[in-house]
Design a protein around this ligand. Structure first.
Ligand code: NAP
Ligand code: G4F
Length: 320
């Protein structure tokens, strides 16, 4: 089986590549051209995967890539994925995260219509949540240009499935984290800071809204759900979550306590990190994924935060 992953250099792409290689897949990854290589998360598997240049902004590159690979499964994980940047670059976010999905689906329709397609939808689509917990049936109310773009990507996937009979599924994934998470996202920002403060390299941590609540899971668990969605007989949409929400304040507390620090001695709130419109409380109901896919999360919130703090302690020590 041949799998093509867009966004292979990102957190999820790298875990998904690890997972599919273990399953015996030939793994192809799309990378965009840059002046220096950005392969930190896939260095350990570089000799086992094949990288092909392409960009979500360039339809021809996507068509050529699919002609070359002839994939059985396509995982569209590439996107501009950081919510605050989407207010600074709303149009580019729409191009990558929204219209980019149409470009992928069009290329697949023309080149490999029998392939199975996975779209990385997001709990950010629920935004100002209309019910608690959120399910596949909860109405969307996005609160950022990123969320709006993901709603477009979600519905264009549904539309191509229904219009052209493509096997196209969307995973509505709630926040998922790991030691490979980008440093600007709140979990990694906190675990990196806890390590730096413990090791004497930093004194304070400037944060935004500590009251926001998220349903945080482990990325390694979530990529398995992506794969399971494409092993079904029929395409469909699934919520992937843990069913438990924690506040940002609790995240900070768990991370700092793990290295013997009192978070209140170091954390300062800073208006710079307050968003123009906040998503206050996300909580997912993964019952459909459990019933249909047999999927359940394995790593708890506390285990994951401690795993990230431990990894950052090692990482920071190596830099000293
Ligand atoms: P990530 O670490 O930010 O990775 C994003 C990937 O997209 C990178 O490989 C990046 O390549 C690539 N990319 C961005 N723009 C591109 C373009 N124009 N052409 C080609 N590649 C491009 O994101 P992630 O956390 O792994 O998330 C994977 C996907 O799931 C994203 O679509 C995200 O929006 C979605 N999602 C994530 C979560 C979560 O909690 N992690 C939850 C729900 C949905 P470079 O390395 O070149 O920048
Ligand atoms: O870690 P975050 O930046 O993630 P956010 O905005 O929830 O988005 C992530 O999850 C989505 C799924 O729901 C993905 F689709 C998306 O691609 C991305 O992976 O922020 C989480 C919460 C927010 O409420 C934010 O206001 O943490 C709050 N927060 C408080 N202080 C902070 C900070 N967030 C960041 N990044 N930095 C802070 O200093």
């Amino acid at each position: 089986m041949k799998a093509l992953i867009t966004g292979i250099t990102g957190q999820d792409g790298s875990y998904l590549a690890d997972f599919l290689l273990k399953k015996g897949y030939e793994v192809y990854g799309m990378v965009r051209r840059s002046s220096t290589e950005n392969f930190e998360r896939i260095t350990h598997i570089h000799d086992k995967i094949q990288l092909i240049q392409g960009d979500l902004l360039d339809e021809l590159s996507l068509i050529k890539m699919m002609e070359k690979v002839e994939p059985d499964e396509i995982y569209n994980l590439a996107a501009m994925s950081f919510v605050p940047t989407s207010w600074d670059q709303p149009i580019l976010t729409g191009e990558f995260t929204g219209i980019g999905v149409t470009r992928m689906l069009e290329a697949m329709k023309r080149v490999c219509p029998k392939a199975k397609f996975y779209q990385a939808s997001s709990s950010e689509m629920y935004g100002k949540v209309q019910e608690m917990p959120q399910t596949e049936k909860t109405p969307f109310y996005p609160r950022s240009p990123y969320g709006v773009s993901k709603v477009y990507g979600h519905y264009i996937t549904v539309n191509y499935r229904e219009s052209y009979n493509l096997f196209a599924s969307s995973g509505i994934l709630f926040n998922h984290e790991s030691p490979r998470r980008g440093l600007e996202f709140v979990t990694r920002k906190v675990t990196d800071a806890a390590a730096r403060i413990k090791l004497g390299l930093q004194k304070e941590l400037r944060m935004g809204n500590l009251d926001a609540k998220r349903d945080w899971g482990f990325a390694g668990d979530y990529v398995k759900a992506m794969w399971l969605m494409l092993q079904q007989d029929e395409p469909d949409d699934f919520v992937i979550s843990t069913g438990v929400a924690h506040s940002v304040e609790h995240l900070v507390e768990v991370a700092f306590e793990h290295v013997g620090l009192t978070w209140k001695d170091h954390v300062v709130t800073d208006q710079e990190f307050i968003r123009p419109a906040e998503v206050e409380h996300l909580l997912g109901d993964y019952k459909k994924a459990k019933d249909v896919l047999g999927w359940e999360p394995e790593v708890s919130f506390e285990e994951m935060v401690k795993m990230m703090v431990d990894a950052d302690m090692e990482h920071v020590k190596k830099q000293m």
